[in-house]
Each structure stands twice: as structure tokens, then as C-alpha cells.
Design a protein around this ligand. Structure first.
Ligand code: SF4
Ligand code: SF4
Length: 439
């Protein structure tokens, strides 16, 4: 089996949150790119999984990035990491000379969203990814640190993706970064952290900026990097849970067209022809031609952070995108900007400003990493943890499975990623959405 097939069989997807099947990304990029970037920027406030993983497995991550760099035929491999992660950088500098291959470190400033692929590509190479485009179009492939660890496990230890490192932070007694089987329920994670300190709380899968509200019965997937527990009345919870009719109505009645959301927007600052304030204005008039600009929003949430009227432009953009998809209107914007806006350098938002504005100071903690995989009594493994079609179950209720066994596969010729059993046990339920296994 070649490297691409090994990565495909192991069910590796973008672990930074996107969930794009890694085999497809690499296959498409082979011999077409000159730069390979390892994304260790970790820009969401409070989250620290990537730097913790890089710190304890530097050799594995460097070995697999050389393997992939050779496969792609790149001239340059760069680890992009924030300059402030001194202890992780120190370890990297000790380990790098042990490898023959030249790997550069790009020291990033401390801003949000430094880890967004478009921002990262510009910071590392000075190239601008086109509107609605991919890093591949400017000769770059980006992989996250955890994706590279998964690649190492697949290539050198023949292990599929069955575990996930997750930071559990917020209103829990003992914030920790835990390694758990894929399919572990959120309620189990909270128990591992000593339970919650308050009774009325909301759970967010991901960071405060881009995370989504989930329930206690939801599970850790290959893409979950953090679980954030916040009081129900917290501003972040309000922003994520405000019903659609309220935020649309508020925008129509209160947007003062100040342009702040546009002026802070990382895509606008990169030179993309995208002005968020115009979308907010258009929600009142439903002008399809202009609304299609919403496709250029990466949903980073900085506009919500900056809006002086406490509106939610990002959610408006999300809603507009949904409407466009329903109407089968595609993104017509594919301009290739050749220079960034002149104020870009001065509009980098430090995560500390976000933490302060959104009242998150008390949740800044060092969640210590416990690298040994936790045991759970059962797992519920989603068949769709990636971009593409869902996996099709290859087992049935009553089957006995071992950790690592294939339980769902992708039909021939379709984009997707197989799923594997993350514990030894018996299959007790198979639905269109998930497979439940009891130990
Ligand atoms: S920042 Fe707020 S008030 Fe200003 S244009 Fe954007 S949505 Fe409107
Ligand atoms: S969420 Fe807001 S700031 Fe971020 S890309 Fe979209 S419009 Fe720009």
C-alpha cells in the first residue's frame, strides 16, 4: 500500500477542525506545490492542544512532515508557530538538528486568526489565496499538528484514527487535555475533569470564537480539539444561541453601517473583495447579487467581537450562505488579489483582547495534558466526521469488534473517510448517523 492509500485507509481527516479527507488533499497537491506548512498556530483563545501535542511528540511529527514533504515534492517545509510558545519552540530547536532534512520555523505574531489557512499562508509565504480558493492555488499545502501525528501513527504503527486529544476548559473543577476514544460522550469528558462547578451551563465544541453549542450526549469526533463549558448567561453563549429572527431583526433595525466589521475582517484585509457591512445592509433587501459575497466569510467571528452595537454579523453571514445554498446559487467570486490592504499589519487582534471583551479571563488555565488514553464504557461513532459523504456501516448489531477494526467505509469513487472502532466491544446500535459500541 502506498502512503496515500495508508492515509486514506486510516481515516485521517483535517484535525484542525475542517475535517477534509487528508488523502485527497495530498493526492491533489502532489508535484503541484513548493511549500508545505505545518500549522501549529493554535489561534483560538484558551485552546492549547496543538502546542501540547507538538511538545510531547516532536520526533513523530517531524518524521511524518518530512515523509509528506517528500511525497508532495516540495522545496520548503515550514512549521508555523506563535513566537510566544517558547517552551514548545525550545523543544523543536533541540530536536530539529537530529533530522537531515531542513525544516524551517516561522515565528508568528500573537493574533487571531493566525491559524486560519489563508492568514497563515500569507504570513509564511507572502502569497494571497484567491477568493473562495485553496492554498493549493498558490503552491501551498497546510496540515495541522494533530493530523501529522495521525499520519505518523498510520505510516509507522499501522494505527487508524481512533483517539483524539481534547482540552476540556471552563466551568469544570480540573481543566485538562485528555486523550479519549473517538465517540466518547461529552458527559464522560466532564466526569474525567471532576464534573462542572455550576448547574446551569452550556457546552461548546471548539473555542469561544468558532465553536458550536453541543449537548452532553454529543460525542468527541476526529475534529474535536476542545470542549468549553460556560454559564448559560455568558456573552459567548448568548451570541451562539440567539434565535435567528432576533439577530436578523436586530441587524435590520440597529446596524449603523459604521464599517467596523469590514475594517477588522481578515479576508477583507487580505485584499478580498468582501465588505461585511454591505451584507448586513443587504439583509433588508435580499439582493442576491451582493449577498453572494457572504461566501467569502470564513466565520472567524472577529466582526461579532468588534461590532459597537453588539450585533452578530458573522451569524448573519452564515444565514445568508444557507439561503444561497438553498437557492442553489453558487459562489461567483474568485478574484485573485495581488496585494493586501495597507492597514492589515495594524489590525491584528491579540487573543487577550478577545478574552477580555468576552469575559473569558477566569478560564485561562493551563489544562495539563494526560497522554494515556482514557477508558469509556461505550462510544457512539458518527459516520460523518469529515467533508464528503457519510461512511456506510460494514458491521451489524451483535458483531464483536476490536479497537481499530473498520466499521464504516466510503463507497468507491466518493469523497469521504472510513471510521473505525475506538474500543473493544459489541455493536449495540447502527443508525444512519452513528454506530454505538459497548465495551
Ligand atoms: S460593525 Fe455592527 S453596526 Fe457596524 S456595520 Fe458592522 S454590523 Fe453594522
Ligand atoms: S466572521 Fe466576520 S470578520 Fe470573520 S471573515 Fe466573516 S465577516 Fe470577516
Amino acid at each position: 500500500m502506498n502512503i496515500i492509500q495508508q492515509i486514506k485507509t486510516a481515516g485521517i481527516v483535517g484535525a484542525g477542525g475542517a475535517g477534509f479527507p487528508t488523502y485527497y488533499k495530498l493526492e491533489t497537491a502532489k508535484q503541484k506545490v513548493d511549500t508545505y506548512i505545518i500549522n501549529a498556530a493554535e489561534c483560538e483563545p484558551l485552546i492549547q492542544v496543538d502546542k501540547q501535542i507538538l511538545k510531547i511528540y516532536p520526533q513523530k511529527i517531524l518524521a511524518s512532515c518530512i515523509e509528506i514533504g517528500n511525497l508532495l515534492g516540495v522545496k520548503k517545509i515550514v512549521i508555523a508557530i506563535k513566537e510566544k510558545y517558547h517552551d514548545t519552540i525550545e523543544i523543536l530547536q533541540q530536536v530539529l538538528p537530529k533530522f537531515d532534512h531542513k525544516i524551517e520555523i516561522c515565528y508568528l505574531e500573537n493574533f487571531y486568526p493566525a491559524g486560519d489557512e489563508f492568514s497563515l499562508v500569507y504570513e509564511v509565504t507572502g502569497r494571497i489565496v484567491p477568493e473562495g480558493g485553496l492554498p493549493l492555488e498558490v503552491g501551498v499545502v497546510v496540515n495541522n499538528v494533530v493530523t501529522l501525528l495521525n499520519i505518523y501513527n498510520a505510516l509507522y504503527e499501522n494505527l487508524p484514527v481512533i483517539t483524539r486529544a481534547v482540552s476540556v476548559i471552563g466551568e469544570v473543577y480540573h481543566p485538562k487535555t485528555l486523550v479519549v476514544p473517538v465517540g466518547t460522550q461529552i458527559k464522560n469528558l466532564l466526569e474525567f475533569c471532576g464534573g462542572t462547578k455550576i448547574s446551569s451551563y452550556t457546552v461548546i465544541d471548539g473555542g469561544p470564537m468558532m465553536g458550536k453549542i453541543v449537548s452532553l450526549d454529543d460525542v468527541v469526533t476526529k475534529r474535536t480539539s476542545a470542549i468549553l463549558v460556560l454559564p448559560d448567561e455568558h456573552p459567548i453563549v448568548r451570541m451562539k444561541s440567539l434565535p435567528e429572527k432576533f439577530f436578523l431583526y436586530q441587524t435590520k433595525s440597529a446596524c449603523e453601517q459604521c464599517r467596523d466589521c469590514t475594517e477588522i475582517c481578515p479576508r477583507y484585509l487580505l485584499g478580498h473583495d468582501f465588505e461585511c457591512h454591505k451584507i448586513q445592509r443587504s439583509v433588508s433587501y435580499q439582493t442576491d447579487e451582493l449577498l453572494t459575497e457572504a461566501y467569502l466569510c470564513c466565520e472567524c467571528g472577529l466582526c461579532d467581537w468588534v461590532c459597537p452595537m453588539n450585533l452578530l454579523p458573522r451569524r448573519v453571514n452564515q444565514k445568508v450562505k444557507q439561503m444561497l445554498i438553498q437557492k442553489n446559487i453558487k459562489n461567483p467570486h474568485h478574484r485573485k488579489p495581488f496585494k493586501v490592504r495597507s492597514l492589515k499589519e495594524y489590525r491584528k487582534v491579540p487573543p487577550e483582547r478577545i478574552i477580555s471583551r468576552f469575559e473569558l479571563q477566569q478560564y485561562v488555565s493551563s489544562a495539563t495534558l494526560e497522554p494515556d488514553t482514557k477508558e469509556v464504557p461505550e462510544v457512539k461513532i458518527p459516520l460523518l466526521q469529515h467533508i464528503g459523504v457519510p461512511a456506510v456501516p460494514t458491521i451489524k448489531v451483535g458483531d464483536k469488534v476490536k479497537k481499530g477494526d473498520l466499521i464504516g467505509d466510503i463507497p468507491e469513487g466518493k469523497l469521504g473517510s472510513p471510521v473505525h472502532s475506538s474500543i473493544d466491544g459489541e455493536v449495540v446500535q447502527v443508525t444512519k448517523e452513528y454506530i454505538k459500541i459497548k465495551r
